[in-house]
Design a protein around this ligand. Sequence first.
Ligand code: ADP
Ligand code: ASP
Ligand code: MG
Length: 436
Amino acid sequence: MKVKKFGGTSVGSAERIRNVGKLISGCKKDIVVLSAMSGTTNSLLEISSAIKDGDRLRVSGLIDSLRQKYTLTIDELYKTEEYKEEATKAIDEIFNELKDISEKPSSPKTEKEIVSKGEMMSTRLMQLHLQEEGFKPALLPALDFMKIDRHGEPVEDFIRSEASKALAGHPEADLYITQGFICRNEQGEIDNLQRGGSDYTASLLGALLNAEEIEIWTDIDGMHNNDPRFVEDTRPVHNLHFEEAAELAYFGAKILHPTCILPARQHNVPVRLLNTMDPAAEGTLIENNLERSSIKAVAAKDNITAIKIKSGRMLLAYGFLKKVFEIFEKYETSIDMITTSEVGVSLTIDNEKNLPRIEEELSRLGTVTVDRDMVIICVVGDLEWTNKGFEAAALEALRNVPVRMISYGGSNYNISFLIRKEDKTKALRLLSYHLF
Ligand code: ADP
Ligand code: ASP
Ligand code: MG
């Protein structure tokens, strides 16, 4: 059994849905994870924010224009009146729920309910499309088995046992469709796995159900060696080690959700990145196999804040770092990069929610300086320290870019540079030019 995930662009129109239908129709007993049609999650978030603002007119305008998009899709997707009616009924039901929620006072709970509707719609449209084509797909509600705990971490045993039960409940099905992204939280409320989270759903299901492979189908032919949104002439990387892919995903390669490689790596299930628009392209195979002595790719993670704590007594004061880390732990803020010197420590975070309180507590340990709007540039490959010259090559490429921090040696797979936001594109291009 394989788990195949199709992203928003891959199911973004009637034609694309038909295209995916063709790709999956021969998949015996595979699990197909779908994102919302592209643009839908953003529209739902806009609706949510209009509700929060109390802007009733805008709410109904946004709901109507989203509804219109689905009317057109239904019209184009189905051949028979019977299926057009069935799909209209299903989508109407979801929009009625959306309208009901939109009349309630806004809260984080209602926001999450609203944003879950996109995946509910795309999966239902696909199920009906495959049925119209004569197949027997079973639609498994992700809310029955995808679950996170109070830290937002997946509850693996629950997911494994409940997803297995859901599959076993449909022996007649020739394939299974489920929603990516959405889940339930500890309170049983509707929640989600963060933006781009359908990749994570697929990886969790593939890993926990012991799939033969996890396929992530998207709009590009695999992981490229640099971010194609900022750099021209990037090339697909055909093979990546789990660790390399995990670093790239975490440090900004948008093609993968930041943590989606972790379950696959833990359970040693290969992940293949494929292109829906060009199914014959080789794509990228991510597995437990390291191609020696090569730099694979570069990625960038935005919205980074650097914090420097300078203390004259740091050298003598053992336990200093412990005190620093405890403050971040207390405010549930994770640290990405860290560098130290005799008199201080610099580190980066990507979540400023608790920064004022963190700053206040840190200032008891030393002088605190904060730099906002920074970017981490991450160079990934087989960068084990005995492989000479790679860190020098990366540094040489960035000779004319001001670098605030450098981190190397934390793993065998990456070297990270902290730079200013305005230098990001230049840095990515220089690295492509010099390294590839
Ligand atoms: P989906 O909707 O299928 O999940 P995403 O938009 O999340 O697709 O991810 C695919 C996009 O990721 C590509 O269109 C590309 O612009 C972007 N991207 C960023 N970095 C990379 C990279 N290193 N390799 C490939 N794609 C990348
Ligand atoms: N629909 C969600 C999003 O746009 C999840 C996903 O596409 O992976 O973020
Ligand atoms: Mg994505």
